[in-house]
Design a protein around this ligand. Sequence first.
Ligand code: FE2
Length: 206
Amino acid sequence: MATPATEKRLPGECSLLRLHNSVRDAVDFLWRRVYGTMKRHPSLEAFSRDHNVGLILGRRLVQAADADDAAREKAARELIEYWNDELREHFAVEERLLTHLIPDWDMRTRLCGEHLELAERVARLEKGETDPESLRQLGTGLGDHIRWEERVLFPAIEEALTEEQLRALGELTERLEQERANSRWAPRRGELMQRRNSGRANPQDR
Ligand SMILES: [Fe+2]
């Protein structure tokens, strides 16, 4: 007896569907790894909110590198102010709360090494080194460091820690969150925290 046409097509269609799903999952996985759109665990949200500000100021430094003296001075002053207000402490809190939780030794070394390098670049900025290359290197370095933390370091920590350990970490980072509630660098931060605490936060908001 001849096989109905629909039965003949079915195996091929299933294979195509499986291939389609595999490709879609792979693309989705890569997209999340590259662009860091995975939802951040609440215990690390305080750091991620700081990162949003750091990315903006890093980008401004790079843009100012190609501008005139006044624009470079302005961008440098802004970064130095942010460093003294929040970024220096951000580095210190990350090192104090996260270093011993990082599962990979190379990642621990990289975290502290890049913090040190960025701190040295800010110190040179404070001494007046506001030439285009200095601004470009600091802005690029800060952005690259933040993206590495968001895309590689934080997912590794989230994967390595138990939910109980993450909750304990969250109790410690909550203090940083409260201190930043009225940050002049992120005026919407307090509002986002309130929405999160009331259970109405949009997962995309940080
Ligand atoms: Fe960070």
